[in-house]
Structures are given as structure tokens and as C-alpha cells.
Design a protein. Structure first.
Length: 364
């Protein structure tokens, strides 16, 4: 019997890094809403009441970056006055020519990973699923005023005990939640209205629950820490259990394979596991700028395959096309769907109808 512990963390939408992811993806959605062929790579950085918006874009949309950023900040729950600076230029003609051809080609070189496991109904690792759901629940009880002293910033962390690679129980839950100075019964309120509403009771066996271990957490968000787009890619993906290519997801239009390639790799990995070809699957795909087809595709089943690797590769070749043009068309990525996933994970979101989470019938 092999016992081990694995931990994943998440953050709320009010965390400064997530604020920047949401600003970037709201800008992207605003561009795609007007011009589905927009080429966008506009990011944000925040500290105190200063927001810096910067990057490159090529779009027919007339974007008011300051207005978009303020809309996002207020939507999250920050009502202070923010100073917003911007430095956005047009996308390089060299990159634009490499990408925009008869068929859309990769907007950059790079490697992407997709991962899936059958340990949860979401085909995701249990630690990151619970961490993201706890972070989302913190936001929900704050917005509904069910806990009226909660403020936007927060972090969650979940440690799962595994025995022979099967999750058995939640060993530890850590929650840091920003609050007003009038907050009372913090541990009781968070335990009853957040943790017990999210974590199945059968997993709460001798679970250690640690809430606001630093003591008070009144000053938060950008006033306690700086934030930048793309610094929470482990939170966005598999909580550290699946590998990542290194490129972030938020801010990028689908011609950037850091985003579209990662989504398609998840799509393929999930379908391989959902079709019971293996218990765990990781797909690596690589691209070169200006080329439509991938350079390489690599499969790892962690010795859990139910059929031969050759049969799994055949399943991939018969049912999936990793060309950038096909990915964008098959998953219908040139539309404003990104703001809703800028927090609480891009994968395993059964609360949303995301195309890369669809289980595809063989031969479709």
C-alpha cells in the first residue's frame, strides 16, 4: 500500500493576480464580441490603486481600456478610484503575416499540456477541483451577503490523502479570507457556510481545518500585494498534478497556441480517459510560429492504459485534429467566452458549457 499527500491551491477573483487575469480576458472578450478575428495579447498589472494595461492588439473593435478595467474592478467588488495607465500597440506585422493566412497558423512557438484523470466526475485531480470550488464558494457567499463581512481577496488550499493513487480523504483545508474589522465567528462561519457546503462529508475524516492562520486579514487585494496577468497558471490548470507548458492562458486570442493548444490537449486527454482507454492521461503538443500543424504530439498514460498505446494514438488520429485552424473552428474559440473562466479554473468546469470539456463520440 502506497500512501501519499498532494496539495493544490486556488485564489478568489479578488486576488490581485486574478484581477489582472479578469481585466485581460474582459478586454479580449470585448474585442471578440465586435471582431471575431481580433488578435489580442493585452495584459495588466495592479498595485494599490494603480493599474497598468499594456500589450499588443490588432482588432476592428474600438476598445476603451480604462472603462473595461473599471467595470471589472467594480464587478469584483473594488469600488475605490483607480488610476489606469495604458501602453498598447498594434500587433507586429511580422507576427500578423505569419498567423493570418488561408488557414490560421500558430501565433507562437511553444509546448502545451492537457491532463485528465478519472478520480472525479470532472475528470480532474481532486485537490484542484476542491480548491477552486472553495474559492468560488467564498465569492458566492460574499456576493449574496450570506457572510456579510467577507471582502474580495482570498486563497484556498486542499491536501488530499491518496492510497494506491486513489483519493481517500481530505487531510487539510487552508482558507485565507479577507474580512472587515467587524467580522466575528470567522472559523465557524467559513466552516459551515463554505467548507461543509463544498466538500463531501465522506471526505471530511479527521480533516485539519486552518482558517486565517496569519490572524486578521483586513487589508487585501492590490493594497496588500501586487498582481500581474498570467501568474496563476497552476491554479488555472491542474493544480500542479499535470504539467504545464509555461505560457499563460488569459489575455491571449485563440491563435495563440498557449491558449488554444492547451484547451485542445485537455479536450483530447479528457476524451481518452472518458472512453476508458486509461485512468490518467497527459498530452503534450508543440508548435512553431507560422505553421498550422503541430511539431509533435506525446502521450503519457502513467502505466494506467487499458489498451495498447498504439490503439490510443490511433484513437487520437481518428478523432482529433491538432491543426490550429481546426482547433479554433471545432471548439468555436473566436467568441467572447473567456471572462467567465478567468477565475476558478479553465478546466473541469461542469458549471459552464465549455467546448473543450465535451465528451466526443468516437467518429464524430
Amino acid at each position: 500500500m502506497e500512501k501519499y499527500y498532494f496539495t493544490s491551491e486556488s485564489v478568489t477573483e479578488g486576488h490581485p493576480d486574478k484581477i489582472c487575469d479578469k481585466i485581460a480576458d474582459k478586454i479580449l472578450d470585448s474585442a471578440l464580441e465586435v471582431d471575431p478575428n481580433s488578435k489580442m495579447a493585452v495584459e495588466a498589472t495592479i498595485k494599490d490603486n494603480l493599474v497598468f494595461i499594456y500589450g499588443e492588439c490588432n482588432t476592428l473593435a474600438n476598445l476603451n481600456f480604462k472603462e473595461i478595467a473599471n467595470e471589472v474592478l467594480k464587478d469584483i467588488g473594488y469600488n475605490e478610484d483607480f488610476e489606469i495607465l495604458e501602453k498598447v500597440s498594434k500587433q507586429s506585422n511580422e507576427i500578423n503575416k505569419a498567423v493570418t493566412k488561408d488557414k490560421i497558423s500558430a501565433g507562437d512557438q511553444g509546448i502545451m499540456f492537457g491532463y485528465a484523470t478519472n478520480e472525479t466526475k470532472e475528470f480532474m485531480p481532486l485537490p484542484i477541483i476542491l480548491a477552486n470550488k472553495l474559492a468560488k464558494k467564498l465569492s458566492e457567499v460574499r456576493r449574496s451577503k450570506e457572510i456579510d463581512w467577507l471582502l474580495p481577496d482570498g486563497k484556498t488550499q486542499v491536501t488530499i490523502e491518496y492510497i494506491d493513487n486513489i483519493p481517500k480523504r481530505v487531510d487539510t483545508i487552508i482558507i485565507a479570507c479577507q474580512h472587515t474589522s467587524e467580522a466575528t465567528d470567522i472559523e465557524k462561519e467559513i466552516t459551515e457556510k463554505v467548507i461543509k457546503k463544498v466538500v463531501p462529508v465522506e471526505l471530511l475524516k479527521d480533516t485539519k481545518i486552518l482558517i486565517n492562520t496569519s490572524g486578521s486579514f483586513i487589508i487585501g487585494g492590490p493594497y496588500a500585494d501586487s498582481g500581474t496577468t498570467g501568474r496563476k497558471i497552476i491554479v488555472d490548470t491542474y493544480g500542479g498534478m499535470g504539467r504545464i507548458g509555461g505560457g499563460c492562458l488569459s489575455s491571449k486570442d485563440p491563435s495563440k497556441v498557449d491558449r488554444s493548444g492547451a484547451y485542445y490537449a485537455r479536450f483530447v486527454a479528457k476524451n481518452i480517459v472518458a472512453h476508458n482507454l486509461c485512468d490518467k492521461c497527459e498530452i503534450q503538443v508543440s508548435y512553431a510560429i507560422g505553421l498550422d500543424k503541430p511539431i509533435s504530439i506525446y502521450l503519457d498514460t502513467f502505466n494506467t492504459e487499458k489498451v495498447s498505446k498504439e490503439d490510443i494514438y490511433k484513437f487520437i488520429n481518428d478523432n482529433f485534429d491538432f491543426s490550429v485552424d481546426n482547433i479554433i473552428k471545432e471548439l468555436n474559440l473566436n467568441r467572447p467566452i473567456y471572462y467567465q473562466i478567468a477565475s476558478y479554473g479553465h478546466f473541469g468546469r461542469n458549471d459552464l458549457n465549455l467546448p473543450w470539456e465535451r465528451i466526443k463520440e468516437a467518429g464524430d
